[in-house]
Design a binder for this molecule. Sequence first.
Ligand code: NAP
Length: 460
Amino acid sequence: MLRVAVVGSGPSGVYTAQCLVQQSRVPDVRVDVLDRLPCPYGLVRYGVAPDHEKIKSLQNSLRTVLEHERITFLGNVQVGGDGLPPDRLSELYHAVVYCVGAATDRGLGVPGEDLPGSHSATEFVSWYSAHPDSAADDFALQARSVVVIGVGNVAVDVARILARSAEELRPTDVPHPTLGALAGSRVREVHMAGRRGPSQARFTTKELRELGGLPGARVVVDPAELALDPAYASAGTPTDSPAPLPAVARRNIEVLRGWAEADVPAAGPDPVRTIHLRFFLRPVELLERDGRVAGVRFARTVPDGGGGIKDTGTYEEIDAQLVLRAVGYRGLPLPGLPFDPAHGTVPHLAGRVLRDGVPSPGEYVAGWIKRGPTGVIGSNRSCAKETVASLLDDAPLLEGRPAAPDPVAAMRAWGLRPVEWDGWQSIERAEAALGRSLGRGPVKIPDWDGLLEAAHSGRR
Ligand code: NAP
């Protein structure tokens, strides 16, 4: 028997476990999927926006995998930090696959970034996703104007949630206090700003287009600003185009052009919100008034002719009482494992962890900690497959190593209190009961005590 620990129960961890039990090269593989949280599914539960029900429903297929007879979910097991050290974990299993994602956000590195009222988009996402580590209450949403820095899908998610009404989000699993804060939101203007042009934006077309269909919001773009991008100006007349645009960029541009050419409905009475999509604005400083963020100072940029930008020497300030920095995620080092700080990833060869440049059989990575925070959820399938292939190549060597007969008992002896699958099911029942008591569908429990109480007692 080959015993494997997968650390992380997001899509990359679950797909890794699935590949391990579905292959036939090494028939008797047992997989324990560990997670720091008592709940499985990683970013599908705590990152995918609550109004993206279709993507959220992916939890159903992840569930089927975690219920496989040779897979065991063990939540509330932290690896590293105050938890189980990676070297101790390696003694319990023949192999460990780290699928820990990219746990923090990239910094902007500009003055004022840490002012009250300036947050990473990750903090805002954690708040509306009921992540138990969320330091909840700075999102009272008293701001009238919000700047979202970055033009990736996370920026689109947070702009969309800010532009939606509480009623639209009521059918989702958004925690009740968050729904209350959104109901009292005074936000009217959401400015989403990219430092480069529309053809270099990182959002995908479906997500972009969705902004134009929000019931209580309108999207405003400035045709003159879009036209600074040569790819925008020439799209549709390919012979003039400086280089063929990737399909996503071409479709994005079509959507933006549609908005630029449409008659924008006048701002109606409250609660109409306006999403301003801005480009060629590079943030240089977050402005302060009375100890809080009051706006963002941007350097105006133009294309440099080589895919990058250059400053024009002119500046623009946008007032904002809330700033959300959506400039990407970053992997964090795990003590005891090698780390590449430049990329925020663990160095690897086809998924095998490299120690001093040499593959270390028994230690593997998959997902964002392996390849960086890019791609869609499905990208994790091929990534997991590659890693599992490396692990199986190493199996003859790994099987000869010692492993603990009962890793869960060893974890308990170490002082951990794993939440097993029945504990997670208790949490699900408690969330359904909480929702019923509020006249809603299942509503997430937002705090550690509540989750652990539900997991261990089966009641809430
Ligand atoms: P992202 O796609 O990498 O976008 C980051 C954005 O921040 C880019 O516009 C980038 O501009 C900008 N940026 C980076 N550093 C900056 C700086 N110093 N100053 C100003 N702007 C800066 O990251 P993300 O939005 O966090 O998304 C991460 C991954 O999750 C992506 O693969 C995304 O597709 C995925 N995701 C998908 C969904 C969905 O499918 N619905 C939802 C959420 C996330 P430059 O391009 O100029 O660097």
